[in-house]
Design a protein around this ligand. Structure first.
Ligand code: ADP
Length: 215
């Protein structure tokens, strides 16, 4: 909502001299009290000013960061995750690079017997390509960052927590996993992908009002 110059002026006066009565605001603006009535009731209605009987008007501090935190802590990874690009550890590096281009991703998730075994990023490919020319003979399993060093997210984790993991570990993306027990052994099933792009999209959606029920 676009506030008028007068409404902005009223807010500044209240911020400076609160609590302040409508009579005193009117005096400062050189206007009659009745000329201010609509502006004051609108500012009160939209929660910028609070009116206390026999005391006057107060400015309501809006804590943007705590509002944002409340909103974002309710957004879970499963509601924003994207489709992962998953390849078997035996696939040759050459095919991995081709898939990275075709699928337009920066990270491939690698599986062994269908469960998370590692991650291959652009830099892993570059390192390998500079060190060897056997792109068809080297499997992804040889060049990947492997378990147990893989950072992952859970579907019901908040996106704030997932974003912290990406930043703290300096990685571009993570698999979203579900833990399963296979013959008494814990395995990680890949069900999605969360990346820095996902987090950037949330930020854009927030600004466009597509998050937090403002649609
Ligand atoms: P890029 O290579 O495009 O800079 P990253 O910054 O994500 O991409 O990767 C840097 C290193 O971190 C690579 O060696 C990669 O294997 C590793 N890596 C990427 N994602 C993860 C992850 N989720 N868990 C553990 N290591 C990862």
């Amino acid at each position: 909502m676009q506030l008028t110059d007068r409404q902005l002026e009223i807010i500044e006066i209240v911020k400076k001299d609160q609590p302040i009565t409508s009579e005193n605001i009117a005096v400062k603006l050189n206007l009659s009290r009745s000329a201010l009535r609509n502006d004051l009731s609108l500012l009160n209605m939209i929660g910028i000013l609070e009116a206390k009987t026999n005391v006057g008007y107060f400015y309501v501090e809006k804590n943007l960061s705590s509002d944002l935190k409340d909103l974002l802590s309710n957004v879970t990874v499963d509601s924003v995750m994207s489709i992962p690009v998953v390849m078997d550890e035996k696939i040759p590096v050459y095919d991995g690079v081709v898939s990275m281009f075709i699928e337009d991703v920066g990270t491939l998730f690698v599986v062994s017997d269908g469960y998370l075994a590692g991650v291959v990023s652009r830099k892993d490919f570059m390192k390998n390509i500079m060190g060897t020319s056997d792109l068809t003979g080297t499997p992804l399993g040889m060049i990947m960052t492997r378990m147990p060093n893989i950072i992952y997210a859970y579907p019901l984790e908040s996106v704030c927590s997932a974003a912290s993991k990406l930043i703290n570990h300096e990685i571009d993306s993570m698999p979203v996993i579900e833990k399963v027990l296979i013959n008494g052994e814990e395995k990680l099933k890949i069900i999605g992908r969360i990346s820095k792009t996902t987090i950037t999209r949330i930020f854009v959606d927030l600004v466009d009002g597509h998050l937090g029920g403002n649609e």
